[in-house]
Ligand binder design. Structure first.
Ligand code: VGL
Ligand code: ZN
Length: 201
C-alpha cells in the first residue's frame, strides 16, 4: 500500500502528552496501538520527540506573571505558554512505553533551544530556523509525508503545513491523532489542511 517514497512521520508520542502526563492530550495513549500497526505497513518511519531544557521559555513557569495556556510575546511573535513538559532526559520526555516501531530510521528532537519553541518537525516557531528534517527527507528522495501523533492541532498541524510548503505530498491520518483543542484549535487545523492541499484521511 505505502510506497518506497512515502515516509510516516510519528509526532511526539511521549508520556507527557498522554493521560497522567504534564500536558496530557485527552485520549493521547489511544493512538499508540494504531500507530504501531500503521508503522508496520511503511517502509520508512521517522519519529519526533519534544525535548525541552528545564528553563524553556515556552513554559509558563518561565514567566512569573503568567499562567499555563496564556500567551506571551516572544522575539518571534505570540507564544502559547504551557505547563512544564517533555524536559530532556525525564520520564515525561520518553516515548510511551507501548510505542513499538523498531523500523524507525530517525528520531528528530525539537524545542531544545531555551528561547524558541518548535511545534513543527521542520522549523522552529520563528518559522525560519530549520531542524534539518526537510533536507534529510529531500536527500533521501521521499515524495510523500504521512503525519500522525500528538497533538493534532499543534505539532501535527505545523509539521504537516511545513511538509506541504516544502513540496511534499502531505497526508494526516486523523484517527491516529488526538487534539489539545484550545479555543477551537482542532477545527482551525482542519480548515488549514483544506486550504493548504493537505489530505485529511
Ligand atoms: C506540543 C505544545 C507544546 C505538541 C508540544 O506536541 O503538540 N504542543 N509542545
Ligand atoms: Zn513542547
Amino acid at each position: 500500500m505505502w510506497k518506497e517514497t512515502d515516509v510516516l512521520l510519528v509526532i511526539d508520542v511521549q508520556n507527557d502528552f498522554c493521560p497522567g502526563g504534564k500536558l496530557a492530550v485527552p485520549g493521547g495513549e489511544e493512538v499508540v496501538p494504531l500507530i504501531n500497526r500503521l508503522a508496520r505497513g511503511f517502509k520508512h518511519v521517522v519519529l519526533t520527540q519534544d525535548w525541552h531544557p528545564a528553563e524553556h521559555k515556552s513554559f509558563a513557569t518561565a514567566h512569573p506573571a503568567k499562567n499555563p495556556f496564556e500567551t506571551a510575546m516572544m522575539h518571534y511573535g505570540p507564544q502559547t505558554l504551557w505547563p512544564d513538559h517533555c524536559i530532556q532526559d525525564t520520564h515525561g520526555a520518553e516515548f510511551h512505553k507501548d510505542l513499538h516501531i523498531p523500523n524507525a530510521e530517525l528520531i528528530i528532537r525539537k524545542g531544545f533551544r531555551a528561547e524558541i519553541d518548535s511545534y513543527s518537525a521542520f522549523f522552529e516557531n520563528d518559522r525560519t530556523t530549520p531542524t534539518g528534517l526537510g533536507g534529510y527527507l529531500t536527500e533521501r528522495g521521499f515524495r510523500k509525508v504521512v503525519c500522525v501523533g500528538l497533538a493534532f492541532d499543534y505539532c501535527v498541524r505545523f509539521s504537516a503545513e511545513d511538509a506541504r510548503k516544502l513540496g511534499f505530498d502531505t497526508e494526516v491520518i486523523e484517527a491516529a491523532c488526538r487534539s489539545i483543542d484550545l479555543d477551537g484549535s482542532a477545527d482551525a487545523a482542519r480548515r488549514s489542511f483544506a486550504e493548504h492541499g493537505i489530505v485529511l484521511a
